[in-house]
Design a binder for this molecule. Structure first.
Ligand code: SF4
Ligand code: SF4
Length: 582
């Protein structure tokens, strides 16, 4: 247990808060000083913006613009997928320009896969229009929770800590969950990344306002902001900004990776353990990232949708590492240019940090809402930051147990690895693979250089696909079973009708026979009564048809005569010498 000083009134009171610890963790070289000195600069408007339709967990947004359309800054260009259960988020034009294409483009994804994107050619005017903008809500306290939630949804806000879960969905789910404590994640434990640090130093008042909006939305009693103690300036700035907020407390936490994992930060700040498969809301907790709180402030109080974010551009392969405010859809190449360009040490481009990030093959790929860092680095520096990037040969597992010692999720990484290698995903599931947070601590310490996280990511994707396939198969089976049931039911109903009709006829016959018997008439002659009645009906129909035919002929003849013409319907026939009607 660690005891540190935390305060919500930097000049007034100091409250000791007992902090918890989590199992494992590592201390990689953090390299925060490389980029945390310069103030945040705007990265400018690039020549082209590429906006993937899916930038968050869940489904693609649906384009509501066409190629050739002019768009204003902040205009909605793709709306969230409204299908039931779909996780989706609106997408807005980051600047004014023309929709140049809606087509497939490479995404920032480890697989390098392509997906549908809206491509904007900016006109350089950066023009907005009142028709396509949100009205700022400066007096948010007078607005209903639903109105605020709707604004957050309309603004396309997703979690900016990496998971990119649609924020409105998360907040809506927590509204009725009796949340007592809001946890704000300012830990930023991943090496090299300093965007949250700079944001807290420069926009602390705005972040506090964003937090107050969330507190109002979820009716929470208090807020704990966790910041690693290697960011003293950010801690001070946030304490000053929240000095008059009695329900907001800034907590300095020890620097250890991955203190910024959701469950790990909760454990540190509250000493509560979110159980395997459980959710923080079950413990009365909800967590949000500081950058998300800032974007909520922008959406509500400034009326600005999520069209830009702060990104760290760093590494020994870049000339001037720093943080930028970047329009969503800007390419990594543009960012490198803005940071003075790359040098010859830039062997790798990593999206994210060296622990949880992944390598990109091409810098012509856009940044998305979930991008927090562009790391241009040499192979040597990358290897020092995370030996998993080592080019050394992968050796067999020597069962040293180091991976187990550092796993913050209390898993058995080597067991998971063996089961996945043996393609026994069920066993991996039994060993709580879903609790793995992909932190890479096991990779970091493995002396055999086994890329353990790659195995876990692969297995998680496989299991997800198996689950989707299983759900589809279940739906098909249910449909087939219903079809069989319907066929059987229809047949049964038809049979029942037939039987009822037959019984009716038999009852009628029996009644007639009884009547005849009672009156002493010949039963045989009576037998034919029912069939006779059918014959009579047929005769009556024939007679009616014949009458109608005669009437028709009569009408036509009368009409011809009244026109003074000889009826063309009458003509002589050779053989009989009589007139036949055609
Ligand atoms: S650290 Fe590597 S070698 Fe050691 S037990 Fe884990 S997987 Fe095996
Ligand atoms: S990547 Fe997963 S298994 Fe490895 S240390 Fe992190 S949580 Fe544990």
């Amino acid at each position: 247990m660690i005891t540190v000083n935390s305060t919500n009134h930097s000049n007034e009171k100091v409250t000791p808060r007992k902090l918890g610890t989590f199992h494992g963790g590592v201390h990689p070289p953090f390299h925060k000083d490389d980029s945390n000195k310069p103030v945040i600069n705007f990265a400018g408007i690039p020549k082209r913006l590429v906006l993937p339709l899916r930038q968050q967990l869940g489904s693609d947004a649906e384009p509501c613009v066409s190629v050739g359309d002019s768009v204003y800054k902040g205009q909605l260009i793709a709306h969230l997928n409204h299908h039931e259960g779909a996780l989706s988020a609106n997408i807005h034009a980051p600047t004014s320009g023309i929709i140049a294409a809606i087509t497939k483009h490479a995404l920032p994804h480890p697989s390098g896969l392509q997906a549908q994107c809206i491509i904007i050619e900016p006109d350089g005017k950066d023009e907005s229009s009142s028709e396509h903008s949100f009205k700022p809500i400066t007096d948010y306290a007078t607005f209903s929770q639903n109105d605020l939630l709707e604004r957050i949804q309309q603004a396309g806000i997703v979690g900016l800590g990496g998971a990119a879960f649609p924020t409105a969905v998360k907040l809506a789910g927590s509204k009725n969950a009796k949340i007592k404590t809001l946890i704000i994640n300012g830990a930023e434990c991943e090496p090299y990344i300093t965007c949250d640090d700079r944001l807290m130093r420069e926009k602390s008042a705005e972040i506090i306002l964003g937090i107050k909006i969330v507190l109002r939305l979820i009716n929470a009693e208090e807020c704990l902001i966790g910041i690693e103690d290697n960011k003293p300036e950010a801690i001070e700035a946030m304490r000053l900004a929240s000095a008059n907020e009695f329900d907001i407390e800034v907590v300095s936490i020890p620097t250890i990776y991955p203190s910024g994992g959701e469950k790990q930060l909760i454990k540190i700040l509250t000493r509560k353990e979110v159980p395997s498969g459980g959710l923080p809301s079950e413990l009365g907790l909800l967590s949000q990232n500081v950058a998300t709180a800032y974007s909520i402030y922008q959406a509500v109080m400034e009326g600005q949708p999520l069209i830009s974010r702060i990104i760290t551009v760093t590494g020994n392969g870049i000339l001037h590492p720093q943080n930028f405010e970047v329009l969503i859809g800007t390419s990594f190449a543009h960012l490198a240019e803005q940071a003075g360009g790359t040098n010859k040490m830039a062997d790798h481009l990593i999206m994210g940090g060296p622990m949880m990030g992944f390598a990109l093959e091409d810098d012509n790929i856009p940044i998305i809402k979930a991008t927090n860092c562009a790391l241009f680095t040499s192979s040597t520096a990358l290897r020092e930051s995370n030996p998993a990037f080592s080019s050394q040969a992968i050796m067999p597992c020597i069962r040293c147990g180091k991976c187990m010692d550092v796993c913050p999720a209390n898993l058995l990484p080597q067991q998971l690895y063996w089961h996945i290698r043996a393609k026994d995903l069920e066993k991996a599931k039994e060993h709580n693979l879903k609790d793995c947070i992909d932190c890479g601590c096991c990779n970091y310490v493995c002396p055999s250089h086994i890329p353990l996280v790659d195995y876990y990511r692969f297995a998680k994707v496989e299991l997800r696909e198996q689950k989707i396939a299983q759900e589809k198969a279940d739906i098909s089976r249910q449909r087939h079973e219903f079809l069989l049931y319907r066929k059987e039911r229809d047949k049964r109903e038809r049979d029942e009708k037939r039987a009822a009709h037959k019984a009716q006829l038999q009852a009628k016959k029996a009644a007639i026979a009884k009547k005849k018997a009672d009156t002493g008439e010949n039963a045989d002659s009576d037998k034919s009564d029912i069939s006779n009645s059918d014959t009579t009906k047929a005769d009556a129909i024939k007679a009616a048809v014949a009458r109608a035919k005669e009437k028709k002929i009569a009408r036509e003849t009368q009409a011809d005569e009244s026109l003074g013409k000889k009826s063309p319907r009458i003509k002589p026939t050779k053989n009989t010498g009589t007139n036949d009607e055609i």
